[in-house]
Design a binder for this molecule. Structure first.
Ligand code: GLY
Length: 333
């Protein structure tokens, strides 16, 4: 099969926005690295998306913190986490990768680094996100269960709706313009030269314990790229991906000969085997080989992959859903 390039794959339905922003770069012969950064910026810049960038829901103390990373290869990768003052963690991570010998900067150090790199600080908490947090804080139901005091698991909007056939779910998705409670924007791309890159960006779990960092800035958990073997990017409950090094595991399986679909399925199966799964857990994973073949899998229904290649653009459900049965896999656009 002829290599499929350029190609870009992004998580969730807001991935269409990401792909649209990045496609001109790829189509014009630009780099996969520029494309994945641009894709994430497009979602980070939308304050109505409450799980990425400015507008993301805050932690239990009412403050927003952002995580993200970028990767070309084990030699060229970096992340930033617990960023409080800068809206573009992927851009900061790229500078860490390009300007330092480090792989991860955290908290005040990451903010200071972004400032030193000339990025403009921003107030990441919007009035809307503050109001959602205030309602959460004042919800008397939170007092009923210790587990939920100061900590709420992530949800995806399709799970919250929980009913209806695929057409109804898509219609409802369109009716919710901002795809509330979606999760990480994760992007994989291959450019015309065959270079592969990945990036992901998130505000993390809503109302998390302050200081909590998820999978998205951790190389191997929310993202892994090895030009010799393949790439994987993930979204959903970060703790599950961190317990299993989910994206690294997927790429290692492809290195050993697994096809992208088998690698993605195996990661979800490992998560189910190794972790205590609760109703609110979700994980979505995209796997990509250097030849442009790709696949996706999810723990539950609702995950979407936005893909764009020279001859097609699609928004499709996960190729394999572990719990609750497979969804229709035909193109949606
Ligand atoms: N997947 C994003 C997070 O758990 O923070």
């Amino acid at each position: 099969m002829a290599p499929q390039r350029p190609i870009i794959l992004s998580t969730w339905s807001f991935g269409r926005v990401a792909n649209a922003a990045a496609w001109p770069i790829l189509a014009g012969g630009g780099s996969a690295l520029d494309a994945v950064e641009r894709a994430c910026i497009a979602v980070e810049d939308d304050p109505t998306i409450d799980s990425v960038g400015r507008g993301g829901l805050p932690d239990a103390s009412g403050r927003v913190s952002l995580d993200g990373c970028v990767m070309l290869s084990p030699r060229r990768c970096a992340g930033v986490c617990f960023v409080r003052r800068f809206n573009h963690p992927v851009s900061s991570a790229r500078r860490v990768m390009e300007q330092t010998h480090h792989v991860l900067l955290a908290g005040e150090g990451a903010d200071a680094f972004a400032a030193a790199q000339g990025f403009t600080p921003e107030d990441l908490l919007t009035d809307e996100a503050h109001e959602v947090w205030r309602k959460w804080r004042d919800d008397p139901a939170l007092l009923k269960g210790e587990r939920y005091r100061g900590w709420l698991p992530p949800r995806n909007v399709e799970e919250l709706r929980g009913i209806g056939d695929e057409a109804q779910r898509i219609a409802a998705d369109e009716a919710l313009p901002h795809n509330r409670t979606h999760d990480t924007i994760g992007v994989l791309a291959i450019d015309l030269n065959g270079t592969m890159a990945g990036a992901c960006s998130t505000s993390g779990m809503a109302f998390k314990v302050p200081g909590r960092v998820g999978d998205s800035p951790i190389i191997g958990c929310g993202l892994y790229v090895d030009p010799q073997a393949g790439a994987a990017v993930a979204t959903g409950t970060g703790e599950l991906l961190m317990r299993t090094c989910g994206c690294f595991f997927a790429v290692e399986l492809m290195r050993q000969g697994a096809c992208p679909a088998d690698a993605a399925r195996a990661v979800i199966a490992r998560i189910v085997e190794a972790c205590d799964i609760v109703d609110d857990h979700q994980v979505g994973l995209i796997t990509l080989k250097p030849d442009g073949t790709w696949a996706s899998a999810a723990l539950r229904s609702g995950f979407r992959v936005a893909s764009r290649a020279t001859d097609r653009e699609e928004l499709a459900p996960a190729g394999h859903v572990m719990l609750g049965g497979d969804e229709a896999s035909e193109p949606l656009l």
